[in-house]
Design a protein. Structure first.
Length: 512
């Protein structure tokens, strides 16, 4: 039929492999840092607050800049923006690898966030323009999502192998050859796309969007870390006010940075919300899992990485199977079912004890990852098809913003729950006469507790290890319990919001 959308060419499918490369990198960058965390903290000796910032500053800046970069990509060209991001990301990786202080590593992580913000919206929006057939587009997004999970699989294995033989900074060096491959292959296999009539660029909207996002996420992090105080209230209020001004300007402006009318579509709003939730759970519990395997079970980084392959493969499986399943089951049921799997996985991890070993953690993480993979694939398709093709960069940026914000908040909230419970448990369990040079480092982080125990004589060493392990697991089980309840409730809400979404058979051809 002449009205059918064009099929993707062989070049388009080869180009898809190029777009998966940066997604692999972004995922690997987060997962290798989890395994490197005990080595990094032993070398640079960051405080617990600095440790959380090192983990989530990357995600915060991604969340703050994605909307801006998505709009920039629509204007200057998405492939060009992707390549600019590759250069920035590679340079920042070099700086991170050779950091000699916590402050230097924080700067490198900030630059990585800026580089990542130019990469993330470009890849997904390019898929929107390369794959017009709805069935092929879902398959492409499934492979893209599986690539993200593949990065989570390769990151721990490659990072673990490096950590067995080299210093912790080597885990960042693996980003550089990947970026070189991207810079060489993208001009050959990926066509340029941009909005032919983007309108006037609005610098004030850029400032408002960045300031609002950073204010809100800082308030969330500070409140989780230090409680609701004047700083929390002030930054949250400022972020919300600036956000309202941003939305007002987008609604009234002739050339808005984003099309906020997209949120009038219930499916689009639900998809952005789900992206936030699934990445919130994935990043938060990946941090717990890597620490549990290394510090509680006692595995080396390579062995821990190999065990984390199982959840990563589960995520990839969910991403690849979801498009086929959507041909016979409604999209809303699959996405809500993915959230339900996340809830079941979190519930399983709520029963973990210091002596539970591997099975409960691996099963819980695998169920959680399977749900993430299935939900994310169909979410991305909803987001991309809601906007006109020339606005795909801005639309995908909104989805990526939800995802990156979920990742940053997942680390901040779940990580802070874990560290807060750990500190309180250690303060209550340590004898009152414990020397400050022991009590201080031992009470900061579970890694600090295990390190201090190595310098104590028997039986004090084993006693401190038991106390530290119990404190860590208490934090994990509390975070898992609340996450299971929250994800279960979210599954019901999302199903109600998306219950009218059709199956692939009913959806018909794309209007792209």
């Amino acid at each position: 039929m002449t009205g059918d959308p064009p099929k993707a060419t062989r070049k388009d499918w080869l180009g898809l492999s190029v777009l998966v490369i940066p997604i692999l990198l972004v995922s690997m960058d987060m997962s290798v840092l989890y395994l490197a965390l005990p080595f990094m903290t032993a070398d640079l000796e960051p405080s617990s607050n600095q440790t959380l910032w090192i983990l989530d500053l990357y995600g915060f800046l991604l969340a703050g800049l994605l909307i801006t970069m998505g709009s920039v990509g629509d204007r200057i060209g998405r492939r060009r923006l992707l390549m600019i991001g590759a250069v920035v990301f590679g340079a920042a990786s070099l700086l991170a690898a050779f950091s000699t202080s916590s402050e230097m590593l924080l700067l490198a992580r900030a630059l990585l966030g800026i580089g990542g913000a130019t990469i993330a919206p470009s890849t997904l929006s390019l898929i929107r323009n390369m794959f017009h057939d709805p069935g092929q587009r879902k398959e492409a997004i499934g492979l893209w999502t599986a690539g993200f999970a593949g990065g989570g699989a390769l990151g721990p294995v490659i990072g673990g192998a490096l950590l067995e033989h080299f210093w912790w900074g080597s885990v960042f060096l693996i980003n550089i050859p990947i970026m070189v491959v991207l810079l060489i292959s993208a001009p050959l296999l990926v066509s340029e796309f941009k909005d032919p009539d983007p309108g006037r660029f609005d610098p004030l909207s850029v400032v408002l969007s960045i300031a609002s996002m950073l204010g809100i996420v800082y308030a969330i992090k500070h409140g989780a870390q230090d409680g609701v105080d004047a700083t929390t209230i002030t930054t949250a209020t400022a972020g919300i006010v600036l956000g309202l001004l941003f939305l007002r300007r987008q609604r009234r402006g002739r050339d808005p940075l984003i099309d906020i009318t997209l949120f009038a579509e219930r499916a689009f709003s639900a998809a952005v919300l789900v992206q936030f939730l699934v990445i919130f759970a994935l990043t938060g519990f990946s941090l717990f899992a890597s620490q549990y395997l290394q510090l509680i079970v006692g595995l080396g980084p390579l062995e821990a990485g190999l065990w984390l392959l199982i959840p990563a493969i589960a995520a990839g499986t969910g991403a690849v199977l979801a498009p086929s399943l959507s041909k016979i089951v409604s999209t809303g049921a699959i996405i809500a079912g993915g959230l339900a799997l996340i809830a079941v996985g979190a519930a399983a991890m709520a029963f973990i004890q210091p002596d539970s070993g591997l099975p409960l953690l691996v099963v819980g993480m695998s169920l959680l990852a399977l749900g993430v993979g299935a939900s994310s694939t169909l979410n991305s398709d909803i987001v991309l098809t809601a906007a006109a093709p020339e606005k795909a960069g801005a639309a995908s940026a909104l989805s990526e913003t939800g995802a990156e914000l979920g990742g940053a908040v997942g680390i901040a909230i779940l990580g802070t729950i874990g560290s807060t419970v750990y500190r309180h448990r250690l303060e209550d369990a340590l004898p009152p006469n414990t020397p400050p040079d022991v009590a201080g480092p031992a009470s900061e982080t579970v890694g600090g507790g295990m390190t201090v125990a190595d310098y104590l004589p028997p039986p004090l060493d084993s006693a401190l290890r038991d106390i530290a392990a119990a404190g860590f697991v208490d934090g994990l089980t509390l975070a898992a319990t609340w996450s299971a309840l929250g994800m279960g409730a979210a599954a019901i809400v999302v199903y109600l919001l998306l219950r009218t979404q059709p199956t692939g058979i009913e959806a018909g051809p794309s209007q792209a």
